[in-house]
Design a protein around this ligand. Structure first.
Ligand SMILES: O=P(O)(O)OC[C@H]1O[C@H](OP(=O)(O)OP(=O)(O)O)[C@H](O)[C@@H]1O
Ligand SMILES: NC(=O)CC[C@H](N)C(=O)O
Ligand SMILES: [Mg+2]
Length: 563
């Protein structure tokens, strides 16, 4: 938070804050979430669930990340799957940069390697040699729960029953409750919600096998995960490897985080399969997209390459809209929507609102990389020149993820450089995909003025981020958001700009709904405070914030406390 932000926050009364929230919130649920507005009974439950989330890590140096997961089943037992998982993880590296992990399986043994760091650093030559087998899966992590040690990197393993490895993208909202009630004295090593989920599933599978030892093993898996889905709340896209069974993937009943299925044939015409967070990972591996894993569905790929699926819980897709704004690659298609096309549409809608302002603008400049598609459409709709005035140093990571504010500010300076030939004497409109803490825009406005800009206007392709994300994106504390407790004019002043315009929540949702009629709603909770799982209330969020967000990377903990 900048000094200016801190001052504004300190001098804004709670009543003013609440009134502003009420006017910006779309839904009655969001209005019901004004600070201090919830009753004691709700408060107790929220505290129960907010406990282990908290001091989070952030992506790169700017805005927000999730995690990336990929699993591959090949048929050629002599073939090393590790190289394919490695390639796939590189395609998903943008989703998480804190740790990477992989497990491979040769039909008999699992081999595992995980550590803090990027894919290229974690998997050296000797690790790749060690990771043999024809079935495997990998994870890149951007933590939302638990800690940051290499032990908390994924995958996680349980010995009983069968031997199960699991990787997770998402965040559970009732982790501590599960920990207290569902683990049957199992000893867990970390504060990770993903390890809890694995153990709940293992416990349910143990019970299922004990109760129905003669049932087909695939049915045991589907019946057990149905029980697990009934207990676990929040967002989870899961891939697991189960000894003797194969690869088993499932997705929460709201389908909040993405999970997509791909297929190819080997030289003998046999089916091989891939499940991944984004289908951009399929291209280099030669897989073609079959479909998204449905919300509430589980899919088993056997070692023989057979795909069996079951709708375990009634599902209704409510994807996280932030995936399309910022998290996912533009070359991915998620839930039938091209991320790139979505961003172009955001630009077209933004352009209409910008033209209503009557600003005199000479040049449109995107904040690379995420905003380019929207900025291209704004420039085209307004018939203004589009110029790459900010040159990016590709060796500096994404700003949002960086562990503390000072490092984020420094890294914006190192990452982006303003070109005098573009800015000198010009009235510019800078466009970004989102403004979260305001670190990026604040620094860039100063850079543009130093490079000679006479007016600096700002536009964000996303609405103001005002509410925490509890589903696997590390945006947990309202205090960190530049929009917290502020009107648009106040945000504009904080960022030091001559004008500021945001996408409206209505336009954002209409953009998404208009692109796939099969999607009844999106989770846009970080913009409107309306959480699709229905279990998030004001006390939950307060407990989450009290759990220590904003203290840097050490001791991430995003699970809400049990009550
Ligand atoms: O308001 P802030 O807290 O600064 O966050 C918002 C910025 O962070 C992201 O960029 P990031 O640098 O993470 O990634 P990018 O290079 O892919 O745009 C996002 O695209 C915005 O530019
Ligand atoms: N961003 C994510 O999907 C994180 C997964 C899991 N909650 C973790 O913290 O490791
Ligand atoms: Mg950016």
């Amino acid at each position: 938070m900048t000094a200016a932000t801190a001052t504004t926050t300190a001098t804004t009364t709670r009543a003013t804050r609440d009134a502003r929230r009420a006017t910006t919130a779309l839904s009655s649920r969001a209005c019901a979430m004004r600070r201090g507005g919830a009753g004691d009974a709700l408060g107790a439950r929220a505290r129960a669930n907010a406990g282990t989330r908290g001091r989070g890590a952030r992506r790169g140096d700017g805005a927000a990340r999730a995690c990336g997961i990929i699993g591959v089943v090949t048929r050629d037992e002599g073939k090393g799957v590790a190289a394919e998982i490695y390639e796939g993880l590189l395609m998903l590296q943008h989703r998480g940069q804190d740790s990477a992990g992989m497990v491979t399986y040769d039909g008999m043994r699992f081999k595992e390697k995980k550590d803090n760091g990027l894919v290229k650093d974690v998997f050296d030559k000797s690790a790749m040699k060690y990771l043999d087998g024809h079935i495997g899966m990998g994870h890149v992590r951007y933590p939302t729960a638990g800690g940051l040690s290499a032990t908390e990197a994924q995958p996680f393993f349980v010995n009983q029953p069968l031997g199960i490895y699991l990787i997770h993208n998402g965040n559970l909202t009732n982790t501590d409750e599960l920990r207290a009630k569902e683990l049957n004295n199992r000893h867990l090593r970390t504060g990770s919600d993903s390890e809890v989920l694995l153990n709940v599933f293992a416990e349910d599978l143990s019970k299922e096998i004990a109760a129905h030892p003669d049932k087909d093993s695939d049915k045991q898996l589907f019946d057990a995960v149905t029980v697990t889905m009934g207990k676990v709340k929040g967002a989870y896209s899961i891939i697991s490897l189960i000894n003797g069974q194969g690869m088993f993937a499932f997705r929460d009943p709201n389908g909040i985080r993405p999970l997509v299925l791909g297929q190819r044939q080997n030289a003998d015409g046999e089916d091989e399969w891939c499940v991944a967070s984004e289908d951009a990972a399929f291209g280099p591996l030669g897989f073609t997209t079959v479909r998204d894993v449905n919300p509430g569905e589980a899919i088993l790929i056997t070692a023989e390459g057979k795909m069996i699926s079951r709708q375990c819980m009634k599902g209704s897709i409510s994807p996280c809209i932030f995936e399309y704004i910022y998290l996912a690659r533009p070359d991915s298609q998620i839930n039938g929507i091209s991320v790139y096309e979505f961003q172009l549409e955001l630009g077209r809608r933004l352009a209409k609102r910008i033209s209503e302002r009557g600003w005199e603008i000479d040049t449109i400049v995107p904040v690379p990389d995420g905003s380019r598609p929207s900025a291209i459409e704004v420039a085209s709709a307004l018939d203004l020149p589009y110029r790459e005035g900010l040159v990016k140093n590709r060796y500096v990571g994404r700003t949002f993820i960086m562990p503390d504010q000072r490092i984020r500010e420094l890294s914006v300076r190192r990452k982006l450089n303003a070109m005098r030939s573009v800015f000198n004497g010009k009235r510019v409109l800078l466009i970004d995909d989102s403004i979260v803490r305001g670190t990026t825009m604040n620094q860039i406005v100063q850079m543009c003025r130093a490079a000679g800009a006479v007016k600096v206007y700002l536009a964000s392709a996303a609405p103001p981020v005002r509410f925490p994300n509890v589903y696997g994106v590390d945006m947990p504390s309202r205090k960190e958001f530049v929009a917290d407790d502020k009107t648009e004019d106040e945000i504009c002043a904080t960022l030091g700009a001559d004008g500021l315009i945001y996408q409206t929540v209505e336009d954002l949702l209409q953009a998404g709904l208009g692109m796939n009629a099969q999607i009844p709603r999106f989770d846009a909770s970080c913009f409107d405070g309306d959480y699709v799982t229905g279990d998030i209330d004001e006390p939950y969020l307060e407990a989450l914030e009290a759990a220590g967000r904003g203290k840097g990377k050490k001791g991430v903990t995003q699970n809400a406390p049990a009550r």
